[in-house]
Design a protein around this ligand. Structure first.
Ligand code: GLV
Ligand code: MN
Ligand code: MN
Length: 414
């Protein structure tokens, strides 16, 4: 049997796979547009399935399109150890958000196969459907279904802004599987991801040992004014939904600024009828509030809700607001966090503990299995951007620590 010390991942092979799959939805600016359950998503899924099958893994798909690739271990009586993340991206996404977690896991699996290393537990790679929540809200949707937070029917009914349903798209691309969500079990999950923030780079640390994920809440607001002629309607008589929304957006920004390190953002806005000589009659926008402490998040919600009625009254519009998603703050499993910390040390990488500002599938999976995450730096902390950049060495370091952590956990299952 191969000894653990021989298990060194191949960073160049990982990089080549990252660059190869970046072509599925590749953008002229070097990013990826691979919206969940799109044609591009099907292409990368087909590629991922084929690569896993080449390694002798069994690939299964559940009813919401989550993909599970499994290599047997010495023991068939214990559940697999999973490594998982997502292959979907933002509309102007980078090459690493999510993808590194799946392909870094694939590289760890390739290394186990090359070295003919037999683990105690089966080892699994998971590609979670619709992590980004960009095409279909909310984020982390199908890891949420796996964890019992949402029903499959809820996931199927999610519509993109064109009114296309996630369930119909899953059928169309051939990824509505037969396994019940949650039925394909694993005993633990490790998720490798880029940090998406500036801390590791600023402190010149290679590995983030992630202790948890901050709480987040999403809202939708529709503001209704009155369409009228821009030339003929005096300023005093307007009911301008866009002006009201602009003031609301400013107030939402202030909610973030007054609850640091909380953050408050409006990322999607639709102005109707969006004609240059019509006073806007209706605006739809989304709100994203986040904080590590649920009590402060409650305060942020109260402050956001308090600001809207006054602005609406001042601008003579009406509005509807609803909370569409709450993902509470999460703490990861101490025994897996130790595996990551030791895995980084074993490989000779500097590390520091940190919480995640971004949402991740790991946040929902932590409800049903011990779970944790590994971060690597990204240039300037920039993510959700086509310019997102992480080096070959950093990607390789993350995959190596992922493998070390999985094997450290596996040795406890002999
Ligand atoms: C997912 O990328 C999120 O943090 O919203
Ligand atoms: Mn991600
Ligand atoms: Mn993302």
């Amino acid at each position: 049997m191969t000894s653990k010390t021989n298990l060194t991942i191949n960073a160049q092979r990982l990089w080549d796979s990252l660059m190869e799959t970046a072509q599925f939805g590749g953008t002229p600016k070097g990013g990826i547009k691979r919206l969940s359950v799109s044609d591009e998503d099907k292409r990368v899924r087909d590629w991922f399935r084929a690569e896993c099958e080449k390694l002798g893994c069994t690939v299964e798909v559940d009813e919401v399109g989550n993909m599970f690739a499994t290599r047997p271990g010495k023991r068939s009586d214990i559940a697999p150890i999973a490594m998982g993340s997502h292959l979907d991206t933002q509309p102007t996404g980078g090459k690493f958000d999510g993808v590194l977690g799946v392909l870094g896991a694939l590289e760890a699996m390739r290394t186990l196969v090359d070295m003919e290393y037999q683990t105690n537990a089966p080892i699994m790679i998971v590609n979670w459907t619709n992590e980004e929540g960009s095409r279909f809200a909310p984020a982390m949707l199908c890891s949420g279904v796996y964890a019992g937070v949402f029903t499959p029917e809820f996931a199927y009914s999610r519509e993109d802004r064109a009114g296309i349903k996630l369930g119909d798209e899953l059928t169309r691309i051939g990824y509505k599987g037969t396994h019940k969500a949650g039925a394909i079990k694993f005993s633990a999950m490790f998720e490798l991801h880029i940090e998406q923030g500036p801390i590791l780079e600023a402190e010149a640390k290679m590995i983030g040992v992630v202790t948890g994920v901050q709480g987040m809440r999403w809202y939708e607001v529709t503001v209704t004014g009155q369409e009228s002629h821009t030339g003929a309607t005096p300023m005093s008589l307007r009911k301008n939904a866009l002006l009201a929304s602009a003031r609301m957006i400013d107030a939402i920004d202030a909610v973030g600024m007054t609850h640091l390190p909380g953050v408050a953002s409006v990322g999607l806005i639709e102005n109707r009828p969006n004609s240059r000589n019509v006073v806007p009659g209706e605006v739809f926008f989304t709100v994203d509030l986040r904080h590590p402490d649920e009590k402060v998040l409650d305060k942020m919600e109260t402050a956001f809700r308090a600001a809207l009625p006054k602005i609406a009254a001042d601008t003579k519009v009406t509005f509807e607001e609803k909370c569409i998603w709450k993902s509470p703050a999460v703490k990861f499993a101490p025994e897996l966090i130790d595996c990551v910390r030791n895995g980084a040390k074993q490989a000779g990488f500097t590390s520091r503990e940190m919480a995640s500002g971004a949402g991740h599938d790991a946040a929902y999976i932590a409800r049903v299995a011990p779970t944790t995450m590994i971060f690597v730096p990204c240039l300037g902390g920039i993510s959700h951007n086509e310019a997102e950049s992480t080096t070959l060495e950093e990607c390789g370091a993350g995959s190596q620590v992922l493998l070390n952590a999985v094997l450290a956990h596996d040795t406890t299952l002999a």
